[in-house]
Design a protein around this ligand. Structure first.
Ligand SMILES: NC(=O)c1ccc[n+]([C@@H]2O[C@H](COP(=O)([O-])OP(=O)(O)OC[C@H]3O[C@@H](n4cnc5c(N)ncnc54)[C@H](OP(=O)(O)O)[C@@H]3O)[C@@H](O)[C@H]2O)c1
Length: 384
């Protein structure tokens, strides 16, 4: 069988690096035709040497860096302008969306519009425009196979079942860095402390979102859109060991769960080889060593981001776009040490409450709401 031509957006990030490990392990299955990065030219350069893609995309500074360094046949593109065209090429079969933030929205839409196999790790695009993306995917016969581990688990638990018999989805959460830290200490937490996630090694933005549980709230909205669920059909369950990646309950009370070690190569590879499965090369799980699995209800008072996301999901329209943009800005300010950890939620909530929701927005209205929320959040944070 011919190799699958893959584009990896965000190849220099945590998801991108893991995707390239999967591709490297199966050179007869995959061929890298395109890579995109943003700032990290040194790593991109190594990836170009190893995978020899036809196209690479990077920001303007990066293009300057590669001016005399890039060898034919690799062509240089702009990460801000050319990704939509890159993923739409007829020689592209699958697109892994490992870039972070709302910037993934346009290439995501282009990939589904062009009927590709789309493997999104990025959740921001699905949060802000999930209905537009999934409707377009259905119309254009694109296959969306989520990479986010919880969504991959749900996707896997739905295989071979009758959707009409689904009762609810149990979305598991490890609880992040602060599960056992009292809220009275939140004021003093440093960036370095927040970035120490107990279970997953991920990029900085998602690790901060895991600490506030905003990440789980985003996944709640993401699951609604990906699987066309009702709000009352999803329940969040804290499961600190992060071995069960999510579960689906059916009408007869049977619950199907997907379990695995915390390694993103499993969902990434599954999305790329679906419906086939191949060895990922990890040690088998040792249940006896694990001993026990624990569960608890989320503490919505301690982590108000989760309830805010569920409110936003209920409001719909432009509300998720505002939530996401405000969070991106607030987390960035925290990572730059401009605000404290405990300032993130109040800033995001303020902007979400201030926004006049537009129901059933088109893409331009979604992008305008995103822009409005970014400006307003910066004003709140930097007292402009
Ligand atoms: N990491 C995980 O295990 C995990 C799990 C589930 C879901 N996700 C989701 O997957 C996405 C990526 O997460 P990550 O942890 O891999 O993030 P990350 O390590 O921060 O990597 C982000 C990638 O996006 C690129 N990038 C940043 N800003 C960009 C922009 N404006 N335009 C285009 N590319 C840009 C970065 O390029 P440079 O590094 O070159 O600047 C990098 O390649 C996020 O949406 C996250 O929520 C991640």
């Amino acid at each position: 069988m011919a190799r699958k031509n893959v584009v990896v957006l965000g190849s220099t990030g945590s998801i991108g690096i893991n995707t390239l490990k999967v591709v490297e392990r199966y050179p007869k299955e995959f061929n890298v035709v395109g890579l995109s990065a943003y700032n990290n030219v040194k790593l991109l350069e190594k990836q170009i040497q190893q995978f020899r893609p036809k196209f690479v995309a990077v920001n303007s500074k990066g293009r300057e860096y590669f001016r005399d360094r890039l060898k034919a046949p690799t062509k240089m593109l702009s990460v801000d302008q050319d990704l939509e065209e890159l993923v739409a090429r007829t020689d592209v079969h699958a697109v892994v969306i490992g870039m972070r933030g709302a910037a993934a929205l346009k290439p995501f839409i282009s990939a589904v519009r062009n009927g590709k196999i789309v493997a999104p790790a990025n959740k921001e695009a699905l949060v802000i425009a999930g209905e537009i993306i999934m409707n377009s995917a259905r119309r254009n016969k694109a296959t969306v196979i989520p990479v986010d581990s919880e969504q991959s688990a749900i996707f896997q638990c739905l295989q071979g079942q009758n959707r009409r018999e689904l009762k609810r989805v149990l979305l598991t959460a490890s609880g992040g860095t602060l599960l056992n830290v009292p809220v009275s200490q939140f004021n003093e937490l440093t960036v370095e402390e927040i970035l120490k996630h107990p279970r997953w090694k991920m990029g900085q933005k998602i690790t901060v979102d895991s600490a506030t549980l905003m990440n789980k709230g985003f996944e709640f909205i993401e699951a609604l859109r990906l699987f066309d669920l009702d709000i009352d059909q999803i329940e969040v369950v804290i499961h600190p060991e992060a071995i069960i990646h999510s579960m689906v309950e059916y009408m007869d009370g049977s619950i199907i769960a997907q379990l695995g070690v915390t390694d993103m190569r499993i969902p990434i590879q599954y999305a790329l080889t679906y419906p086939k499965r191949l060895d990922v090369g990890l040690k088998p799980m040792d249940f006896a060593k694990l001993g026990s699995l624990n569960f608890q209800r989320p503490d919505y008072k301690k982590f108000p981001s989760l309830s805010l996301c569920i409110d936003v999901a209920r409001q719909g329209g432009t509300s998720p776009s505002v939530l996401n943009a405000a969070d991106e800005e607030a987390v960035e300010a925290f990572l730059k040490h401009d605000i404290r950890f405990s300032d993130i939620y109040p800033a995001v909530e303020k902007i979400v409450r201030r926004h006049k929701v537009q129901p059933k927005p088109n893409l331009n209205q979604i992008l305008a709401a995103d822009q409005w929320a970014r400006e307003e959040t910066r004003k709140v944070i930097y007292k402009l």
